[in-house]
Design a protein around this ligand. Structure first.
Ligand code: AMP
Length: 381
């Protein structure tokens, strides 16, 4: 199937080709025609499936012929759980928005940065990508009005609910016009997501795309038995011997993330930075940008990054510390092995982690190759 046969316009096809989107992904094959027909859609799909373009492209096409919106009114509202995802989705709208034969203006708004510039730049926006808390702030300051929204997208609805945004979401829903198109995307169809589905969606086209678990086979997984005090040398050993140019290292706490960075720097790995909840939004955005564009060798992150963020061709993920839940393990290693590019995921297992790692493997339904770090000469690392 081609993008043309899905009803995508020639100007967009050209922009897609420039981004190396030659063929639609399965979710795009199903979602694009449905959204173009103005149907509601329930998409059970995770990041990596191509879900963003599956709604961005038809939404852009549906904007054609829209009368110019009054100041501070928007046509399309996309709600997302995190700042990073807001920025990423907005980027996709902008990349393809400029290919449209009419002006399209999109904007991302999220907390953690000053609200004033956001308030001042709300004029003539067609598409607003927002986290729920900041959107409420903007509504309360009269900086944005929702009464002309004709398309609502909830992206990663399950995560939004897990993060406790239910009240904000309900409040936002109550401000939307009755007649509108609703698109709901979620990695899982939990009970809470299904509740929203039932309240919000009218006779939706339901699209279910492979789960995380199906994707696991794309990833080469291994694990090292290693005592805690040898994790630092083992990390440096892997970085050097495998000549890693872009590696994402997960820790479980902010303290540990900073600690790993300190140790790397002290031992000659200078090009490393951390992302966690204690970093300013500006620093987080800049670090992520550096990493995505290949200018940062080692990114150390807490689970803030384990979901929702797409980094193209990320070849290597290391679990310096195991996450608590098997689900988080899968989300973390899911940073590699995306779409058609296989990746490698390595976990460090201390004697205390052994049992927990067994549980993770059992839940995942796959056994991971184990290597004893005693068999490696870590001297000098
Ligand atoms: P998403 O699930 O929306 O985060 O997309 C995952 C990745 O796939 C992103 O890097 C997209 O740029 C890329 N992508 C999405 N659709 C296509 C496509 N049809 N062809 C090639 N790459 C795509």
């Amino acid at each position: 199937m081609s993008f043309t046969s899905l009803g995508i316009s020639p100007s967009l096809i050209k922009a897609l080709a420039e981004q190396n989107y030659t063929q639609p992904y399965p979710i795009q094959e199903k979602a694009i025609p449905a959204i173009l027909e103005r149907k509601d859609v329930l998409g059970i799909a995770k990041t990596g499936s191509g879900k963003t373009a599956s709604y961005v492209l038809p939404i852009l096409m549906n904007l054609e012929g829209h009368s110019k919106n009054k100041n501070r009114h928007i046509n399309v509202l996309v709600m997302v759980p995190t700042r990073e995802l807001a920025a990423q989705v907005n980027e996709v709208f902008q990349i393809f928005g400029i290919a449209m034969p009419f002006p399209v203006k999109s904007k991302a708004v999220f907390g953690g940065v000053s609200i004033n510039p956001q308030m001042k730049s709300m004029n003539n926006i067609n598409i607003l990508v927002a986290t729920p808390g900041r959107l409420i702030d903007l509504i309360e300051s009269n900086a944005v009005h929702l009464s002309e929204v004709d398309t609502l997208v909830l992206d990663e609805a399950d995560k939004m609910l897990n993060l406790g945004f239910k009240e904000e979401m309900n409040r936002i829903f109550s401000l939307l016009p009755q007649k509108r198109q609703n698109l709901l995307f979620s990695a899982t169809l939990s009970k809470n997501v299904n509740n929203i589905n039932q309240i919000l969606l009218r006779d939706p086209v339901v699209i279910k795309i492979e789960s995380d678990i199906d994707n696991i086979d794309l990833i080469n997984q291994s694990a090292y038995f290693v005592p805690d005090e040898k994790k630092g040398p083992l990390l440096r050993y892997l970085i050097k011997t495998k000549e890693l140019k872009q590696v994402l290292v997960f820790t479980s706490s902010v303290y540990k993330a900073n600690n790993v960075i300190d140790k790397l720097r002290k031992n000659g790995v200078e090009n490393c930075l951390a992302i966690h909840g204690k970093k300013s939004q500006g620093a987080r955005t800049e670090t992520l940008h550096k990493f995505k564009t290949g200018k940062l060798q080692v990114l150390v992150a807490t689970d803030l990054l384990s979901r929702g963020i797409d980094i193209e061709f990320l070849p290597f993920v290391i679990n310096y510390e195991l996450p608590r839940s098997p689900k988080d393990y899968i989300h973390r290693i899911g940073r590699t092995g995306r779409a058609e590019s296989p990746g490698e995921a390595v976990s460090f297992i201390t004697p205390e982690d052994k049992h927990h790692f067994k549980v993770i493997q059992k839940k995942m339904g796959k056994w991971v190759t184990m290597i004893n770090s005693d068999s490696i000469n870590l001297h000098g690392y």
